[in-house]
Design a protein around this ligand. Structure first.
Ligand code: PGA
Length: 262
């Protein structure tokens, strides 16, 4: 039985906007989705800063809402942190885990990412696990080994049944915020590699011959996705959507990107 792979267009707003401005942006996107009657495909996920989550979640009938990070514990003496339980309280169902800015600027390690993933699954949330190589790693031909290592470490001891909620984003770090998009054939090759790595990891865990949860994991590309390159990324056979940073702050351009994945 072939399960269709869900297509996802997610907008990571990073640390931008005020509630007022962000509501305008979300309102524009909501209206666009309703006018176009995009009921199911692609799934649109808006990922604002924590302070805007509640307001953005309230207006969501056509889009889903995600957080940019979470702590792995449910509660405790962790000043400044937000837990999965708190996100669920706001009806936030998606969460970015291991974005390269978190890894590079805030010291996130494969181990902390693994704990966050476990917590997200425990809360029945949909984590978007980000992996990707630096420019140095790419130039040293280390892309494949780096992204494989990130996937294996992030999924350590994660139960097979949880994978139906997993989303992956391949985000080469050199492409993030630089205007240098990864060439679609190459992005496609790496997304295929990520899927085969997961298949290899869980090869003894399938439930039944008809079960194809691993084939159905959406694998997105992220890094300088724009209105003008979205269509070529959407045509790649193994890219199931995009994680958009800068261009997701421009309502019209983000809608153009959504349109490429319909
Ligand atoms: P960018 O960011 O689209 O601005 O390159 C992508 C991301 O950081 O997820």
């Amino acid at each position: 039985m072939n399960k269709r792979i869900e297509r996802i267009v997610a907008g990571n707003w990073k640390m931008h906007g005020t509630t007022h401005k962000s509501l305008e942006l979300a309102g524009f996107i909501e209206k666009y989705l309703q006018d176009k009657n995009y009921k199911t495909e692609p799934t649109v996920v808006l990922i604002p800063p924590f302070t805007q989550l509640s307001s953005i979640a309230k207006g969501s009938t056509s889009y889903r809402v995600g957080a940019q990070n979470m702590h792995h514990e449910d509660q405790g003496a962790f000043t400044g942190e937000i837990s999965g339980a708190m996100l669920l309280d706001l009806f936030v169902t998606y969460v970015l885990i291991g974005h390269s800015e978190r890894r590079q600027l805030f010291g996130e390690t494969n181990q902390s990412i693994n704990l966050k993933l476990k917590s997200a699954f425990k809360h029945n949330m949909k984590p978007i696990l980000c992996v990707g190589e630096t420019l140095d790693e790419r130039e040293s031909n280390l892309t494949d080994s780096v992204v494989k290592r990130q996937i294996v470490a992030a999924l350590l001891d994660i139960e097979y049944l949880n994978l139906t909620n997993l989303v992956i984003a391949y985000e080469p770090i050199w492409a993030i915020g630089t205007g240098l998009v990864c060439e679609p054939n190459e992005a496609n090759r790496v997304t295929k590699l990520l899927r085969s790595t997961i298949m290899e990891l869980y090869k003894n865990h399938t439930n039944s011959p008809n079960d194809n949860s691993l084939e159905a994991i959406p694998i997105l590309y992220g890094g300088s996705v724009k209105g003008q390159n979205a269509a070529s990324l959407a045509k790649a056979s193994d890219i199931n959507g995009v994680l958009v940073g800068g261009a997701s702050l421009n309502a019209q351009e983000f809608c153009e990107i959504i349109n490429a994945f319909v």
